[in-house]
Design a protein around this ligand. Structure first.
Ligand code: 2U9
Length: 344
């Protein structure tokens, strides 16, 4: 019996040693320590032993069971530890490896120009206002002194949804709505950037959708000289301090008098070159003193208040500033074009 227990112990410990995973170890545990295992069998057959042998063999069987159990338990802990070590090793990150390059996008040139213009006017005390791209006939035309028979209201020139609703053809309705909100009390000092829509055939200089920034300043005693000073300050800030502006008479239904504003050519310094078509000047925006009828329609007393307004095309500003030859570059989203406008 003694030899049998010793053989059992040696055999079990050898199998513990050889067990490579928890499943194999569990099999050893069940085979040697389970209810149907050989040690339980020895303990069960104790009755057949003599009175002297019984305590000795009993003690020995218990010892063998204990040593097998202890070895199985410690091997189990060792296997668990090794598994955790292996997992940690497989998940380890070498933080000294160089990172994969990230493809960062860039600000769209039109967004960059809008933000730059906004910053220039915010510096002069203007706020930024936005409004709906789908407008009513009233705000897009009527409130801006464009009567029903005006050629600009031709169905062929605008995108109409119904007789009353259309895609705005300029951002002027945003200023009309802003004035209305002020309920006849100045000052109103806003710029309105946004998308506008006109039924045009697209080519290198025209697009059926483009961006405008318009501005409005209404207060007591606003004069043409205020308009000139603001636009000159803007032109110098946007194009460069060496640039000059000049005003030429023009006509818009919503301003009287109206002007077109040229900036001196940055390429030739005003002497004349290919860029300015040998005139020394480049047209950049339209402006004027707000028509008294427009002031009245939006709730302002035109005998007490006066104002100036101006409008410019964002694509045109960007094309002049960055020497871009085709307006369609702004909308086709070729990354080779867009990536040139990365800002630091
Ligand atoms: C209100 C009163 C007056 C806005 C103005 C212009 C002159 C102008 C064009 C420039 C190039 C449009 O993008 S463009 O084609 N705009 O010449 N816009 S004055 O006058 C207003 C607007 C709103 C209530």
């Amino acid at each position: 019996m003694r030899e049998k227990l010793e053989a059992l112990r040696d055999e079990a410990l050898e199998k513990v040693k050889q067990a490579e995973d928890k499943k194999a170890l569990q099999e050893v545990r069940v085979a040697y320590l389970g209810k149907k295992g050989p040690i339980t069998e020895v303990l069960r057959g104790m009755g057949k032993l003599s009175a002297e042998e019984r305590p000795v063999i009993g003690q020995m069987a218990n010892d063998v069971r204990d040593v097998i159990k202890e070895q199985v338990d410690s091997k189990e802990s060792a296997l668990e530890e090794a598994a955790i070590e292996a997992q940690l090793a497989s998940e380890s990150i070498d933080v000294t490896l160089p990172g994969r390059p990230v493809q960062a996008g860039s600000t769209h040139p039109l967004t960059a120009v809008v933000e730059e213009v906004e910053d220039a006017f915010i510096g002069l005390g203007f706020s930024v206002a936005e409004g709906p791209e789908i407008e009513t006939d009233y705000y897009n035309f009527e409130a801006l002194n464009l009567p029903k028979d005006h050629p600009a209201r031709d169905m062929q020139d605008s995108f109409y949804f119904t007789e009353e609703l259309l895609l705005r053809t300029h951002t002027s309705p945003v200023q009309a709505r802003t004035m209305e909100r002020y309920q006849g009390k100045g000052p109103v000092k806003v710029i309105c950037p946004g998308k506008v829509f006109r039924r045009d055939d697209d080519d290198a200089t025209h697009s059926h959708q483009f961006m405008q920034i318009e501005g409005l300043y209404v207060d007591e005693n606003v004069r043409m000289s205020d308009l000139k000073g603001v636009l000159e300050t803007f032109a110098k800030s946007f194009f460069g301090a060496e640039r000059e502006i000049r005003l030429r008479p023009s006509f818009f239904p919503f301003t009287e008098p109206s002007v077109e504003v040229d900036v001196s050519c940055g390429m030739c310094g005003g002497h004349g070159c290919r860029i300015c078509k040998h005139s020394g000047w480049i047209e950049v925006l339209g402006a004027g003193m707000v028509h008294p009828r427009v002031l009245e329609m939006s709730g302002f007393d035109s005998t007490k208040y006066s104002g100036f307004a101006f409008g410019m095309g964002v694509e045109r500003l960007a094309m002049l500033k960055y020497d871009i030859d085709d307006i369609r570059h702004f909308y086709t989203n070729d990354v080779r074009f867009l990536a040139q406008f990365k800002r630091n």
